[in-house]
Design a protein around this ligand. Structure first.
Ligand SMILES: C=C1C[C@]23C[C@@]1(O)CC[C@H]2[C@@]12CC[C@H](O)[C@@](C)(C(=O)O1)[C@H]2[C@@H]3C(=O)O
Ligand SMILES: O=C(O)CCC(=O)C(=O)O
Ligand SMILES: [Fe+2]
Length: 332
């Protein structure tokens, strides 16, 4: 990423924030090896739409291999990285997020995990390490997807849904429309000059899919919004995974779970590297509340398929409430 002069940096979003960020100690912690995790996961999804997972079973070597391949890629010259861009939506992106004018202090690689995605074509332009990075992504994504499915099955059990794989089968489907993203947030020393303010790395948003699994290095930056609208800083933990409830899971639980609004602030000294798996359903899948979760109530949402939601989502700005377009108007 090029170093920006002060006037250029002012084109990025800046938010008021207490400095240094005070970490929130109340992020729900789920130990996947413990039998009581099902009730704790349900509670975390209801209260925060967000939790942290330990004893996750994802091999450390898959994480460190991908991390070192990603560092190699992001350290290569901009002209090389740009050969894999621009992201439309897949490929290498730098500062531009999506195609509707959002920007952030971030560079990234976005790929589809769908088997039909021409990964080879994309990987072949990732430079000398293309095969290494492709294999590292594949190993990592397979392991993380397995963990995401385990979480979704425990969640279904916690919700007393008879069909344990009701959510996980959507990720397991060979047509699952899932996405993987590597985000690199370079340090931004100029941040120090905006006393009491922070530069946005990745602007506030919710994730449209069912579930997102995030792992980052030990650099802070991730914040989530609580139900009362307050932003809290999530203490980084490179040995754990963070789980976000996505918009689709909000709909499938008829609003019992809320998709979590989150954002990333740039750091003035350390670079942040994050890897996120976004587990989505097949394009043709109808996204609707599960009958057993309706409790005699009507659906809060109009009927739609994932492809309809996705098309609509990609027309929105990052911070928009994308689900509002699919909510039924409450009768007065
Ligand atoms: C501004 C945008 C970027 C995004 C597509 C969108 O139009 C609105 C949703 C955004 C988001 C957020 C979560 C994931 O990072 C992402 C890949 C996704 O599925 O939805 C991004 C999209 C993107 O960066 O292309
Ligand atoms: O990079 C991060 O830590 C989070 C990014 C994010 O929320 C996203 O890519 O959707
Ligand atoms: Fe996100």
């Amino acid at each position: 990423m090029v170093v920006l002069s002060k006037p250029a940096i002012e084109h990025f979003s800046i938010v008021n924030n207490c400095k240094p960020p005070s970490y929130f100690s109340g992020v729900p912690l789920i130990d996947l090896s413990k039998p009581d995790s099902k009730n704790l996961i349900v509670k975390a999804c209801e209260e925060f739409g967000f939790f942290k997972v330990i004893n996750h079973g994802v091999p450390t070597e898959f994480i460190s291999k991908l991390e070192s391949e990603a560092i190699k890629f992001f350290s290569s010259p901009l002209s090389e990285k740009e050969k894999a861009g621009p992201a439309d939506p897949f490929g290498y992106g730098n500062k531009k997020i999506g195609s509707n004018g959002d920007v952030g202090w971030v560079e990234y690689i976005l790929v589809s995990t769908n088997s039909e995605f021409d990964y080879n074509k994309f990987a072949s332009i990732l430079g000398v390490n293309s095969e290494n990075i492709r294999d590292a992504v594949n190993d990592y994504v397979s392991a993380v997807k397995k963990m995401a499915c385990q979480i979704l099955e425990v969640l279904a059990e916690g919700l007393k849904i008879q069909q344990r794989n009701v959510f996980s089968k959507l990720l397991m489907d060979e047509k699952s429309d899932s996405v993987f993203r590597l985000n690199h947030y370079p340090p931004c020393p100029e941040v120090e000059e905006f006393s009491g303010k922070n530069l946005i790395g990745f602007g506030e948003h919710t994730d449209p899919q069912i579930i997102s699994v995030l792992r980052s290095n030990n650099t802070s930056g991730l914040q989530i919004s609580l139900k009362d609208g307050h932003w809290i800083s999530v203490p980084p933990d490179q040995n754990s995974f963070f789980i976000n409830v996505g918009d689709s899971l909000q709909v499938m639980t008829n609003g019992r779970f809320k998709s979590v609004r989150h954002r990333v602030l740039a750091n003035s000294v350390k670079s942040r590297l994050s890897m996120i798996y976004f587990g989505g359903p097949p394009l043709s899948e109808k996204i609707a509340p599960l009958p057993s979760l309706m409790e005699g109530k009507d659906s809060l949402y109009k009927e739609f398929t994932w492809v309809e939601y996705k098309k609509s989502a990609y027309k929105t700005r990052l911070a928009d409430n994308r689900l509002v377009l699919f909510e039924k108007i409450a009768a007065s």
